[in-house]
Design a protein around this ligand. Structure first.
Ligand SMILES: Cc1cc2nc3c(=O)[nH]c(=O)nc-3n(C[C@H](O)[C@H](O)[C@H](O)COP(=O)(O)O)c2cc1C
Length: 372
């Protein structure tokens, strides 16, 4: 049987797990419709708030890190804020999208100030449009924390639990809480969101960064009238960090639905996130750099991966690689046991020598570990 990419998550039926992440790929109904036409399984719209007049973007607001050899973009920084489009325009867009694409998954990314009435008002008004779910942006790292929004909430587990709880009191649709990676232990805020009632976790948002310094002008980039602020890092370079965040959360709360985000550009990247426990994946920078058309390639690559392992559906391998995480001490023990087994197979006299050598090496490594 050909592998199926369809998956149901928190009652939402995705025809495939590829979701466009919140950001420029979902700025209005026209571009969202185009992504549906091309075959994306779902979409998280650009984050919206009740009063867009407070959102003022700068130009430039992007910076790129290129590989030394081929010059391709491997890392991307932005200092872009949430959507600056009026709230009512968004409500019209969301309503129209659900009317024209009833079977496509539409998730509304919402953000508000630290006030219960504001979070509950935005939740109520947005869900009247018929959207399928919410993503709470508790994680934008730049600009909005100055107004105690975004990451200012996401890095504080008490606030995460409280704000999620406010939304859950009025939400009639599934809610994913989107996490910031700019914390020490990713599981702490994720568990707080789940305690507050969140149905799933989206991770990661961007990583605080300084993309570089112009060596002619000595100004850090992206430079706006000579100055800058630290921005959010995304793209290929963040993938290892994102994989770790998904893994930590999946291990801390087995079975929780995770939407994996960060540096995904191929179907094989997506498979890695799923092996770490993600049931859907989101792509933002990859679609900005390579276009919405990558969806065909993403689906084909993931299908080929599944076929090569005889997986018929996504649930068969979601979280499958988590069991291979252990402690360093255990790795040393396993290595030692394996070396001893190999040495034993080589013969008693030789074995004694090898084991001595390896035991010496292992003892040294263990001492070094203790010293660190
Ligand atoms: C230009 C830009 C704008 C973004 N705007 C938002 C946003 O409005 N809300 C949000 O939750 N995440 C936003 N993000 C974060 C992405 O959704 C995503 O979490 C992050 O970029 C990592 O994924 P990626 O490497 O696929 O881009 C933005 C990212 C970029 C690059």
């Amino acid at each position: 049987m050909a592998p199926s990419l369809a998956i149901e998550v928190n009652g939402m039926k995705f025809e495939n797990p590829f979701v466009l992440g919140s950001g420029p790929p979902g700025t209005n109904a026209r571009v969202i419709a185009r992504s549906y036409d091309l075959g994306w399984g779902g979409m998280v719209c650009k984050t919206i708030s009740l009063d867009a007049s407070k959102v003022i973007n700068t130009n430039p607001r992007y910076g790129k890190l290129r590989s030394r050899e081929k010059g391709e973009v491997v890392g991307f920084e932005n200092i872009e804020l949430i959507s600056d489009r009026p709230f009512d325009a968004w409500l019209d867009d969301l309503r129209q999208l659900k009317k024209n694409y009833p079977s496509k998954i539409l998730i509304a990314s919402i953000m508000e100030e630290y006030r219960k009435e504001a979070w509950q008002e935005i939740t109520r008004r947005v869900q009247e449009t018929g959207i399928d779910g919410f993503e709470l942006n508790l994680s934008c790292p730049h600009g909005l924390p100055e107004r105690k929004m975004g990451m200012a909430m996401g890095e504080n587990p008490d606030m995460v639990e409280e704000v999620t709880g406010w939304v859950m009191e009025v939400a009639k649709k599934p809610v994913w809480a989107k996490m910031t990676p700019n914390v020490g232990n990713p599981a702490t805020p994720a568990l707080a969101a789940i305690k507050g009632g969140a149905n799933g976790i989206s991770t990661i948002n961007t990583i605080l960064s300084v993309i570089g310094v112009d060596l002619k002008t000595l100004r850090p980039m992206p430079t706006v009238e000579g100055y800058t602020v630290p921005g959010g890092y995304s793209g290929q370079a963040v993938k290892p960090i994102a994989l770790r965040h998904v893994m930590e959360i999946a291990r801390a709360k087995p079975g929780v639905e995770i939407s994996g985000i960060g540096g995904i550009e191929t179907g094989r990247d997506a498979a890695e996130f799923m092996l770490m426990g993600a049931s859907t994946v989101q792509i933002c920078t990859g679609a900005m750099l390579r276009g919405y058309e990558i969806i065909d390639e993403l689906k084909a690559d993931l299908t080929a991966f599944m076929a090569s392992h005889n997986f018929e559906n996504l649930r068969q391998f979601i979280g499958k690689s988590l069991e291979y995480f252990s402690t360093h001490h255990d790795l040393v023990d396993r290595q030692k046991a394996n070396r001893e087994k190999t040495a034993a197979a080589r013969g008693a006299v030789r074995a004694g020598k090898d084991a001595e050598t390896w035991q010496g090496q292992i003892a040294k490594e263990t001492d070094e570990l203790a010293a660190n």
